[in-house]
Ligand binder design. Structure first.
Ligand code: NI
Ligand code: MN
Length: 226
């Protein structure tokens, strides 16, 4: 499983040659817009955690360009189906076996309106099991006890957690979240994009290190292999 970071919560995940894009927000992100060409991204699936603009901005462009299927909660899926896109609606607690592996849509504590204020259902995260590796993409969320449910069914290899604070968990709560999901290996996301969520990278890494955990912060376009 190969995971590439495109800023904010935007990720590309390659599993068995299937291309998955998560929360594409690139053309509006000052940190990534000049580094990543949205129309060069390959996608068979686009996973959307919730309807906020910093998670869906480039979803339509990528879906139009690639024919990718949009996977999200029921309300977000219907929003895109009405516009003529192929979708797979899910809801909290539900699993589906896709051709690349199992996806579960899990709880997040956040909000989920579309940029025009219309209802985007309840926000979520994804647990993806594929290619013998299991990852948790928390999406935008507060620290929540519901995270303790995840290791009851899935032994994680990587937790992708927001760490930017203000709109989501900050560093301290993300360290506790890593305990809750029983995964010491964390990829930090949702930081530095706007003034509200700027972090000091070395301080963040040291706090995780001191707690016996490993925080990875990738450059835009950088990949890791699991
Ligand atoms: Ni959000
Ligand atoms: Mn966000």
């Amino acid at each position: 499983m190969k995971i590439t970071f495109y800023g904010q919560n935007s990720l590309a995940i390659d599993i068995y040659g299937t291309h998955i894009i998560v929360d594409p927000f690139i053309s509006g992100n000052p940190l990534s817009k000049d580094k990543v060409d949205v129309l060069s991204l390959k996608a068979d699936y686009i996973l959307l955690t919730h309807a906020h603009e910093d998670h869906i901005l480039d979803a339509e462009a990528i879906a139009k360009n690639t024919g990718a299927k949009i996977v999200s909660n029921y309300e977000i899926s219907m929003h895109y189906q009405t516009k003529g896109f192929e979708v797979h609606p899910m809801n909290h607690g539900g699993n589906w076996k896709f051709d690349f592996g199992n996806v579960k849509y899990v709880n997040a504590v956040h909000t989920s309106s579309f940029p025009d204020g219309s209802y985007g259902g309840q926000p979520g995260g994804f647990v993806i099991e594929g290619e013998h590796k299991n990852i948790y993409i928390a999406g935008d969320t507060a620290l929540t006890m519901d995270m303790k449910l995840i290791p009851l069914s899935t032994k994680l290899d990587l937790a992708i957690l927001p760490i930017g604070d203000n709109f989501t968990m900050g560093i301290e709560d993300a360290i506790i979240a890593s305990d809750f999901v029983e995964c010491e290996k964390v990829l930090g996301v949702h930081y530095d994009t706007f003034g509200y969520i700027e972090i000091e990278h070395e301080t963040a890494k040291k706090k995780f290190y001191d707690a016996g955990k490993d925080l990875m912060l990738l450059r835009i376009g950088e990949s890791i292999e699991l």
